[in-house]
Write a protein that binds this ligand. Structure first.
Ligand code: IPM
Ligand code: MN
Length: 394
């Protein structure tokens, strides 16, 4: 039923509604995530008066457009097969919802989302070339609004080279600042449409915003075997923002003596990502550089079809959002050709973040062993068959 005229709680997914799996399992509290342990895991344990128990996580599911709902259905199938109980609710948002209702993201919907432990998103956007949805409307009004309003200040994007990719050996995480930089939309037009038009687009970098992202990256690096952090920026040209980033890294690094650090200009990082991607362990960078570098990293590590991402609020003042890096791919929607592995890996990131480290590790391992058998580039069975194959391996 609708909680209000604008919040659509529908059963559009094969695993939406209540999915409860009764398996008892320990509720993990520590892990390789930077930041604090999962509040919901602790809460559920406390309710039962025990340190172990069955936590049921409340997950908002935004299937979205194109292949989004299909890949998310496979991700939810895999989560259930991993033995984690989700109470999921589907929210209709995206291009189709906008065209049907004129709404991008209602305030009430945003408030409803705040009440969940996590948000799992498939993909949103109209078909390429379609002019029905004004450019930037969904990007700014939905995806970026969620990142800003839920204070998802870290975009955590891991890249593990898949067999058959350009770099099967690479294993690094890009920590992209997710709430500042050019993405805040600072700027505007002057004399628009005239020959004397001026358009400016600023980049906002606050000490607080940069520092919390950099600290997350150091905490993450400190937990990884190689303990190495690379700042990627363009300090030789962006002398104001770059200076703030470099000074922040220098100052925060004092708290992490065990982490070695490096600096690459973003243009050089593009060469290294292609020629020598194994040099990276944790990369920390600003919003726009992170956006561009993660598409390149996805291509190097096996293709955007495998790239997962976690939009995190490490302070845990609200839910974090998990989504594949790929888009809605309307051209293959409904054909069974969509690769659900990025959505499945994003759901594994969600499990880890919720404190379900064991289930997360099993899903990651199932994806890895599947890819050993079916390396990037081998004939693809079908969306559902891949989901089934991963679920069977758990
Ligand atoms: C991404 C996407 C988004 C971004 C777009 C869709 C707003 O490219 O998540 O990388 O630029 O961050
Ligand atoms: Mn992008």
């Amino acid at each position: 039923m609708c909680a209000s005229s604008t919040v659509h709680l529908v059963d559009g997914f094969s695993f939406s509604g209540e999915v409860r799996v009764g398996a008892e399992r320990p509720v993990g509290k520590s892990g390789r995530w930077a930041g604090r342990a999962g509040k919901s895991a602790g809460r559920a344990g406390e309710e039962q008066g025990a340190s172990v128990g069955t936590a049921t996580y409340r997950v908002a599911v935004i299937g979205g457009d194109g292949i989004g709902p299909e890949v998310v259905a496979e991700a939810l199938k895999v989560v259930a097969a991993a033995g984690v109980a989700l109470e999921s609710r589907a929210f209709e948002l995206g291009a189709a919802h906008y065209l049907a209702t004129g709404e991008v993201l209602a305030d009430e919907t945003l408030e409803a989302l705040r009440g969940f432990d996590a948000v799992l998103l498939g993909a949103v956007g109209p078909p390429i070339g379609s002019t029905d949805v004004p450019p930037g409307l969904l990007e700014r009004g939905l995806l970026l609004r969620l990142r800003f309003e839920l204070d998802l200040y870290v975009n955590h994007r891991p890249f593990t080279g898949t067999p058959g990719s350009l770099s099967p050996e690479c294993d690094f995480v890009v920590v992209r600042e997710n709430t500042e930089g050019t993405y805040v939309g600072e700027g505007g037009f002057l004399r628009k449409g005239t020959r004397h038009e001026v358009a400016t687009q600023g980049s906002v970098n606050t000490r607080m915003g940069v520092e919390r992202c950099v600290r997350y990256a150091f905490e993450l690096a400190a937990q990884r075997p190689r303990r190495h952090l690379t700042l990627v920026h363009k300090t030789n040209v962006l002398t104001f923002a770059g200076d703030l980033w470099q000074r922040t890294v220098d100052e925060v690094s004092v708290e992490f003596p065990g982490v070695t650090r490096d600096y690459n200009h973003v243009d050089a990082a593009c060469i290294y990502l292609v020629e020598q991607p194994t040099r990276y362990d944790v990369v920390v960078t600003d919003n726009l550089f992170g956006d561009i570098l993660t598409d390149l990293a996805g291509a190097v590590a096996g293709g955007i079809g495998f790239a997962a991402s976690a939009n995190l609020n490490p302070a845990r003042t609200g839910p974090s959002l998990f989504e594949p890096v790929h888009g809605a791919a309307h051209d293959i929607a409904g054909s069974g050709k969509a690769n659900p592995l990025a959505a499945i890996s994003s759901a594994a990131l969600m499990l880890d973040y919720l404190g379900e480290h064991d289930a997360a590790a099993r899903v990651h391992k199932a994806v890895a062993t599947y890819l050993e058998e079916y390396p990037a580039g081998t004939p693809f069975p079908s969306t559902v068959a891949v989901g089934d194959a991963i679920a069977e391996r758990l």
